[in-house]
Design a protein around this ligand. Sequence first.
Ligand code: UT7
Length: 326
Amino acid sequence: MTNQRVLMTAVGSYLPANVVTNETLSSFVDTDDAWIRRRTGIAQRHLVAEGETTADLAYNAAAKALANVGLTGGDIDLIIIATTTPDNTFPSTATKLQHMIEAKNAIAFDVQAVCAGFVYALDIADAMLQSGRGRRALVVGAESFSKLLDWEDRTTCVLFGDGAGAVVLELADDAGDWGIRSSVLHSDGAYRDILFVDGGPSSNASVGHVRMEGKEVFRHAVEKLASVMDEALSAASMEARDIDWLVPHQANVRIIDAMQKKMGLPSDRVVRTVEQHANTSAASIPLALSAAVDDGRIKNGDVLAMEAIGGGLAWGAALVKFGRPS
Ligand code: UT7
């Protein structure tokens, strides 16, 4: 009996060169390094340069992911970019990436689920590959989130950064227990006013700025991420002790630590990049995954738990046995 499943066979990432430390921020925002570190765990963030766009970040991450698995754009059937900061309102940034990597045969589109964008895009790609829309997909989280920040609002502007991460997904006919084991998504528009952008094409024809009730979002994050992780574990018939690595959305180290405790995982089984990257929205999970694969912590065959929550509210979790059977 065949066991068809979608494998995650490679990852790549890219961070813009410009690093802005908390000290530098403090020179033009009414904040200080001690507050930012204590309340969020963030020490610095990477920000795009003038003229550098989300598509550029996505291209660099995607090119690395493809090179890491020996594929080219021509091998890809599906490209999904999770982003809230597209280069243009339309066309999608994914079609731009499709052209840049010469993925002539690929279906390409963007997904907008803010910080949960990567787990949403992963779920959609998994379903599309399983239903015969192709055999190989690129799922990219890419953000120039700094473009949405109000640099006079210290409660939000210190929290975010820019970057991109990409994974290659491949349909396998005899996958055993490898690949995407479960994926669970949720949305609740009743909470759309606690984290949003005060602009958009159909509301006021502007780009707008991020607005957030931080404490409220924090409360929902801890509660909803714990609950959706339980659902993902149950859907995969797994328990938290079966997880090798928690690769969470990187919004706040206090949320990450709370999840680690709720899952009963040792601290050194959690990937934390929020200190260096800040919150890169849809890019944060693949950026964290890439960092831990590159430094040798995450290995072929490790079981990963990913979770994220963001504006909407939208949230989700996925469990993946990373790599491919050797
Ligand atoms: O990725 C999408 C999901 N987003 C999240 O998960 C974010 C969730 N929320 C959070 O991470 C936290 O709520 C924040 C980091 C945003 C804020 O931390 P907090 O502990 O909830 O602080 P607070 O908003 O209650 O603010 C506490 C104090 C306030 O002063 P008063 O009113 O107590 O005098 C703020 O004015 O800290 C002040 N404050 C700052 N001080 C220095 C707020 N921002 C800053 C700042 N620098 N940047």
